[in-house]
Design a binder for this molecule. Structure first.
Ligand code: HEC
Length: 108
């Protein structure tokens, strides 16, 4: 009977580890694109998303090369969306960054 219990605990642990890994794997261009037009991003309450001002990445054509990209994103999050600063290591910010980097065309 003890073994059955141990197996059940083991299976549960593996399940939660798998969920954790799949959440971490959420960092992607697709996820960034989705967040870019999310009006509730970072607790934003003013009914705006990044897309409201940067439709199709307008104005961000060179931002993929901006060394202060994370700070620039967070500045818009707080000042333009009225949201809370996003953790610099989170999947959200890394995905937004990845998406914005795809908007950067060839070097001019
Ligand atoms: C209410 C309008 C508005 C919203 C909403 C907004 N922005 Fe901005 N954003 C601006 C303006 C205005 C600037 C400054 C443009 C300039 O002069 O460079 C800017 C600048 C930026 C820059 C810096 C551009 C550079 O020089 O590289 C980034 C990156 C950026 N925004 C990303 C975002 C992201 C990501 C979101 C969503 C979290 C967002 N913005 C939401 C208006 C907005």
């Amino acid at each position: 009977m003890k073994n059955v219990f141990a197996v059940a605990v083991g299976v549960t642990l593996v399940f939660f580890m798998a969920v954790g890994v799949s959440q971490a794997g959420k960092t992607s261009v697709e996820y960034g694109k989705q967040l870019f037009s999310d009006k509730g991003l970072a607790g934003s309450t003013n009914d705006k998303s990044c897309s409201s001002c940067h439709a199709q990445g307008k104005g961000l054509e060179k931002s993929g090369k901006n060394p202060k990209l994370v700070a620039a994103i967070n500045q818009c999050v707080t000042d333009q969306l009225g949201g809370e600063k996003i953790d610099g290591r989170s999947a959200e910010i890394r995905s937004l960054k990845m998406y914005i980097e795809t908007l950067t065309g060839p070097a001019k």
